[in-house]
Design a protein. Structure first.
Lengths: 116, 114
């Protein structure tokens, strides 16, 4: 079945540090890939997405590139801020018909804490 | 104007009770979902409805019964609540098959079964 594996957290960084959160996936079919962010006490918000191989998603200084050859979608940010502290989820959705069509399969989430 | 709204935000109840969680979306989407987030933050799909028809039904106890009266609403009824049902339940919606199926989430309902 489809699955997503994220790097273990929690991740603790100082402000302005470089961030990488690794994400790899296995999927049947041709997935779209997503990063969602969950701030404390809130629901999930889409951070960025990529729908085909070599696409780069970007938003708010975060980037991730859809790498089909390595089945990866690693999240990066050059300079994190305290306000980036949240839980980050990598997810996939398979773009084909069938009983799994449309569902998001999530990684286990990575807690990021940024200190001033 | 909240795009996906869930009520209630918090729900505390006793084992054995029956409870419902409501979800409404005003985005004009054709598909709605219920996800469960456990205490370790892990998220898993429970159900999905497309145009009021059930299209995804993961391995969920039949004590959980979703109901979609129209495309804008997907409610979740839970019978005979158990301690293990304690979790945060998220509703989401999307246009199935468009733009990679971006899903928009509600703020969640934190269910505590005592």
């Amino acid at each position: 079945g489809d699955s997503v594996t994220q790097m273990e957290g929690p991740v603790t960084l100082s402000e302005e540090a470089f961030l990488t959160i690794n994400c790899t996936y296995t999927a049947t079919g041709y997935p779209s890939l997503f990063w969602y962010v969950q701030y404390p006490g809130e629901g999930l918000q889409l951070l960025l997405k990529a729908t085909k191989a070599d696409d780069k998603g970007s938003n708010k200084g975060f980037e991730a590139t859809y790498r089909k050859e390595t089945t990866s979608f690693h999240l990066e940010k050059g300079s994190v801020q305290v306000s980036d502290s949240a839980v980050y989820f990598c997810a996939l959705s398979v773009n084909a018909g069938g009983t799994s069509y449309g569902k998001l399969t999530f990684g286990q989430g990575t807690i990021l804490t940024v200190h001033p | 104007d909240t795009a996906v709204s869930q009520t209630p935000k918090y729900l505390v109840t006793q084992m054995g009770n029956d409870k419902s969680i409501k979800c409404e979306q005003n985005l004009g989407h054709d598909t709605m979902y219920w996800y469960k987030q456990d205490s370790k933050k892990f998220l898993k799909i429970m159900f999905s409805y497309n145009n009021k028809e059930l299209i995804i039904n993961e391995t969920v106890p039949n004590r959980f019964s979703p109901k979609s009266p129209d495309k804008a609403h997907l409610n979740l009824h839970i019978n005979s609540l158990e301690l293990g049902d304690s979790a945060v339940y998220f509703c989401a919606s999307s246009h199935l098959g468009r733009g990679g199926n971006i899903q928009y989430f509600g703020a969640g309902t934190r269910l505590s079964v005592l």
